[in-house]
Design a protein around this ligand. Structure first.
Ligand code: SF4
Length: 396
């Protein structure tokens, strides 16, 4: 098996108590290249998660190859999920990373079942599939190939510049199934970005990834979320963010304000008290009634940002309410119109033998144009620059 041959310079046998309860733990390891991080390698029983009940459309599927995320965003919505493992939602979430080492193999079996309807599958709506661990475990090539081989549309949202490693494979996949990509880039102040998202690639590196995606002929949206009250919601910051996203080639921008559910709120306010103590009182007032900022603030934010999004020509953003990710350009208005299965040879998951850029290839041709034609058929009623408030699985 692919994980059995990995070289480990240090191995930590023994699991944390909550992880041990999972009874599918292979081993827990630490390596010098990932100082301060422990990887808990597990054998998952299923790869596809069905996200029920959030959409008028009866499907929403996600894959989460990792639990926990070394990108360590202080505002991360997924933090409480670590508490199910008797790990804490703060430091443990950033440094105790669960790795589903067999996820691609399990996924292939699930996709081969006759009942699989080739529903669009979203990655990156819980934890980031291109976080640093992916550089070591290389789970995404196998996942992308399995989805494309089965005729399943793919949607990926990430902060990870490691996405560039798989661009050849994604371009090749996009010739057979819709591939929808987006980068999450919320903070356009370098110092603040490194402080509030200490494990992430820089804003500049992520914008360069957007450009790299576009140069390969694929669309790439930008998720401008979360917008941090009193920190990144100034007109100047929002205008600059949109200017940079547009300059990088982003095809659309989606935004949302900060949500602070329990456990996330405590961790974020600790950061705020350290970095911006003068704002703690204002945040406590703003989030006194729950995890969402009050309607008055959201209305004010919408009135500020929507004209800017329009002015920068970045309106064409679509969220899938079922997953919180990018709405697949393949998503039909009814299940009966699901795409037909692709009949073709399997993709080279590890070989990255995808076609290079076509000489003279314009962004108006190729995969992007194909996707635009497909999305023209998609229902437009869900098009919105703002993430729906009740989108629980969404983190970015
Ligand atoms: S918000 Fe996304 S990138 Fe940041 S820690 Fe959470 S999962 Fe990772």
């Amino acid at each position: 098996m692919r994980w059995s041959g990995q070289e480990l310079q240090t191995e930590q046998v023994g699991a944390l108590p909550g992880l041990a309860r999972l009874n599918n733990l292979v081993r827990s390891v630490q390596t010098p290249e990932f100082a301060g991080i422990t990887f808990h390698e597990i054998l998952c029983k299923s790869a596809l998660n069905h996200v029920p009940g959030q959409s008028a459309l009866p499907f929403g599927y996600t894959i989460n190859p990792y639990r926990g995320c070394s990108h360590a965003c202080t505002y991360c919505f997924a933090r409480p999920t670590h508490q199910y493992l008797d790990l804490d939602a703060g430091k443990d979430f950033d440094s105790e990373i669960i790795v589903k080492v067999n996820v691609a193999e399990v996924l292939r079996k699930e996709l081969a079942k006759p009942m699989w309807g080739r529903h669009p599958v979203a990655l990156g709506t819980n934890t980031d599939p291109y976080q640093r661990a992916e550089g070591r475990y290389r789970l995404m090539p196998g996942i992308i190939a399995a989805l494309a081989d089965s005729g399943t549309p793919i949607s990926i949202l990430t902060k990870g510049t490691l996405l560039r490693r798989d661009l050849d494979l994604l371009v090749e996949a996009s010739a057979h199934v819709p591939v929808d990509l987006a980068m999450s880039i919320a903070i356009y102040d370098d110092e603040m970005q490194q402080s509030v998202e200490p494990g992430t690639p820089t804003t500049k590196a992520r914008l360069a990834t957007v450009t790299a995606v576009r140069e390969r002929g694929l669309d790439c949206g930008v998720f401008l979320m979360p917008i941090l009250p009193f920190l990144t919601d100034t007109r100047a910051h929002l205008d600059e963010a949109l200017r940079q996203a547009k300059a990088a080639g982003a095809t659309s921008v989606l935004y949302s304000g900060l949500n602070l559910k329990p456990a996330v709120k405590e961790w974020y306010l600790r950061w705020l008290a350290r970095e911006h103590p003068e704002l703690v009182g204002r945040y406590q007032e703003l989030y006194a009634r729950g995890q969402y900022a009050p309607k008055e603030y959201r209305t004010w934010l919408a009135a500020r940002i929507k004209p800017l999004i329009r002015a920068h020509g970045l309106e064409r953003g679509v969220v899938d309410p079922a997953t919180g990710g990018i709405r697949s350009s393949a998503l039909p208005s009814s299940p009966e119109r699901m795409p037909a299965p692709a009949a073709r040879a399997p993709l080279p998951a590890a070989g990255l033998r995808g076609p290079g850029p076509v000489p003279g290839h314009s962004l108006e041709n190729g995969p992007a144009a194909t996707r635009r034609a497909r999305s023209a058929e998609a229902p437009r009623s869900l098009i919105s620059a703002e993430l729906p408030l009740d989108l629980a699985p969404t983190l970015f």
